[in-house]
Design a protein. Structure first.
Length: 118
């Protein structure tokens, strides 16, 4: 978790409007309230989903491998399957993308990992 926070501190962020709000098109994150908003409506995210989308949004176009995401979001001690990342990405797309089958924000770099297009 400390590594995750350090990454967030160093991140440039995509577009910072009112202080703790990250915005990319129709998506916004209120980092103080840990709230995701799509098209002006609040979207319920789990803690890990939120951590994952915040990391990606703060570092747009930076490609993270599954292993990187597991280490940063779940922590080094997590001994789970890397496919856990795929499941969380799929759920985020279902919740945040207009068409999850053709995502506009949460992208896959085939054979490498995931990134936020912004």
């Amino acid at each position: 978790m400390a590594r995750f926070r350090a990454l967030l501190r160093r991140a440039a962020g995509i577009q910072r409007s009112q202080g703790a709000i990250l915005t990319a098109g129709d998506l916004s994150l209120n980092t103080e309230e840990r709230l995701a908003i799509r098209d002006g409506k609040s979207v319920e995210l789990t803690a890990k989903e939120y951590d994952l989308i915040e990391l990606l949004m703060r570092n747009p176009r930076r490609v993270y491998s599954r292993e990187n995401l597991m280490n940063v979001v779940w922590g080094y001690a997590y001994g789970g399957d890397y496919r856990t990342v795929d499941v969380h990405i799929r759920r985020l797309r279902e919740k945040l993308e207009k068409n999850p089958a053709e995502p506009e924000h949460i992208m896959t770099k085939w054979g490498v990992g995931y990134y936020f297009k912004g």
